[in-house]
Design a protein around this ligand. Structure first.
Ligand SMILES: Cc1ncc(COP(=O)(O)O)c(C=O)c1O
Length: 241
């Protein structure tokens, strides 16, 4: 299974050929199909003997890839797309072939070093303090969850008598904030943005102070502001917030 046999060599050629054609040519837009339509086309893909690399690639090319919208298509305007450049897509292959584990310094010092440099670059662009740090995660939802868990954790010592944690956010904020509040089992305090849809610092201050005075024991641990909301691209007033 882990040997580079002539069959694997053959498959490598096919995989590289498919990938290079896909990267060189205009991306197809494609689109979803129903589970029934896909079953009709693909059948059972998990079999006792396995499909084999050639068949699996054929199934991917002819059926599965065609049921996924290509996020590098110029008409694809939604969600956060995949790696945005040919360079990134090619390097994904290099990283995959290198079988890295980047979860800790012991196993992946080289990868973590590179990650930290990319983080420092972002920290600099965002004008955050040089003591800032972070970690790349799979997407916005996990990023929000991880940042908000960190925020609550950092305030636990300061607010030992808090009986209920509260997350404040704009009513315009992304749906993942609501999911995060559910996962963390905290209250969600939604604050109305101004008439242009942007959250303002003074309004937040007033709503949070009022909430604290009316709900003893409840403690707001974070206020979520968005620099480009999903639907309208609105940037909250980050400075006053
Ligand atoms: C502001 C914001 N937060 C979170 C998300 C969720 O990101 P993901 O789909 O990568 O989890 C999005 C996605 O569009 C977003 O725009």
């Amino acid at each position: 299974m882990h040997e580079f046999t002539p069959e694997v060599e053959e498959l490598a050629k096919e995989v590289l050929e498919y990938s290079l054609i896909r990267l060189r040519t205009d991306p197809p837009l494609d689109g979803p199909k129903t589970p029934e339509e896909l079953f009709e086309l693909a059948g059972n893909t998990i079999t006792a003997k396995g499909l084999g690399g050639h068949e699996a690639l054929k199934l991917f090319k002819d059926v599965l890839a065609k049921a996924c919208i290509s996020t590098d298509h110029p008409r694809y305007l939604a969600f956060i797309p995949s790696a945005p450049s040919e360079y990134a897509n090619l390097f994904d292959l290099v990283v995959g072939a290198s079988a890295l584990y980047g979860g800790s310094w012991l196993e992946g010092a080289g990868a973590v070093f590179a990650e930290n440099q990319a983080l420092e670059w972002l920290i600099d662009i965002a004008g955050m303090p040089s003591t800032s740090g972070g970690v790349f995660v799979q997407g916005g939802t996990i990023g929000n969850l991880s940042a908000l868990v960190t925020a609550r954790n950092s305030l636990k010592a300061k607010h030992k008598d808090a009986t209920r944690w509260v997350l404040a956010a704009s009513a315009e904020s992304h749906s993942s904030i609501k999911s995060t509040a559910q996962i963390m089992d905290v209250e969600l305090l939604l604050i109305k943005p101004d008439k242009d849809g942007s959250l303002q610092g003074d309004a937040c201050g007033m709503v949070i102070d009022k909430y604290h005075s009316e709900n003893p024991g409840h403690q707001v641990f974070a206020l979520v502001a968005t620099a480009g909301t999903t639907n309208l691209g609105i940037i909250d007033n980050l400075k006053t917030i």
